[in-house]
Design a protein around this ligand. Sequence first.
Ligand SMILES: NC(=O)c1ccc[n+]([C@@H]2O[C@H](COP(=O)([O-])OP(=O)(O)OC[C@H]3O[C@@H](n4cnc5c(N)ncnc54)[C@H](O)[C@@H]3O)[C@@H](O)[C@H]2O)c1
Length: 315
Amino acid sequence: MRQKIAIIGAGNVGATCAQRILERRLADVALVDLVEGLAQAKALDLAQASPLEGHDGTIVGSTRYEVIRDAQVVVVTAGLARKPGMSRSDLLEANAKIVQSIIPHVVQHTPQAILIMVTNPLDIMTYCAWRLTNWPTHRVLGMAGVLDAARLRTFVAQRLKVSVKDVQALVLGGHGDSMVPLPRYTTVSGIPITELLPEAEVQQLIKRTREGGAEVVKLLKTGSAFYAPASSVTEMVQAILKDEKRILPVCAYLSGQYGLKDVFCGVPARLGSRGIEEIIEISLTPEEKTALTASAKGVRQESETLDALLSHAAA
Ligand SMILES: NC(=O)c1ccc[n+]([C@@H]2O[C@H](COP(=O)([O-])OP(=O)(O)OC[C@H]3O[C@@H](n4cnc5c(N)ncnc54)[C@H](O)[C@@H]3O)[C@@H](O)[C@H]2O)c1
């Protein structure tokens, strides 16, 4: 039987994800959007590209959630994107309402799926989805670290004039200004960039990575990045569908790892057919540990804001 992916939100990230998944021949796609005609139109357009791209994947678009039934992985990209001058946190209340309207349908139609959240603010929306699904934590995760690491990899490769294929990077923490890029674990064919660049230049690359999303938002003016985010989601979807056991930085529920408890935060994890199969604990310097703890503290504070919103909605 062919595998199936559901994507909720047929905007920039959602539709580009659908395209990448089809063109990598990973699975059939069901695309859902609130806006009448949008998911249908994009599905039709993508289907009409299939003879030219040479794949047999099918895609349906709808406003109705019945189409997602039996999907192995559900990706939620529905929600408002940032505009210039906005932080991801500015989206919290509006996007929490959107996520609240979506998750009951996901639970009803795909009770066994693995859920990947993309909607910002990412860590809080992943927590929100987990609370609303009540699913085991290995089946609810968020995409951020793969994207942040890809940005750092790009900047390192451009600066050192080396192939991006040889650059690996690791970014932990929340998906925001407090993210924790780790230069010691950012390497070119195994050589840490701290051996290849002066400290000041390493810091510049880290700063640009932290502000990588804002740099695109400022240039675009009407929305946020979507090509690299869609590729990042596709990498995670592929790791799950093909049971690849990839070690990727993902937003995951922590139950004591890194000294952090009851919070969703970016950490390296092994991704396979069960979703998050293991959270990998690496050794951190005291400075790195402090930065990760501070980042998780920020996520926890926003999670408390979300708790208040959810209990207000339930009252
Ligand atoms: N985690 C990350 O690294 C990352 C990266 C890029 C974007 N994002 C986030 O992803 C989200 C989507 O970004 P985008 O650029 O695709 O935005 P977009 O505006 O292009 O698309 C969002 C889509 O969601 C749909 N939508 C809104 N409410 C809905 C609902 N209740 N049900 C179904 N669909 C609904 C809209 O109609 C729209 O088509 C934003 O919150 C953005 O901040 C996260």
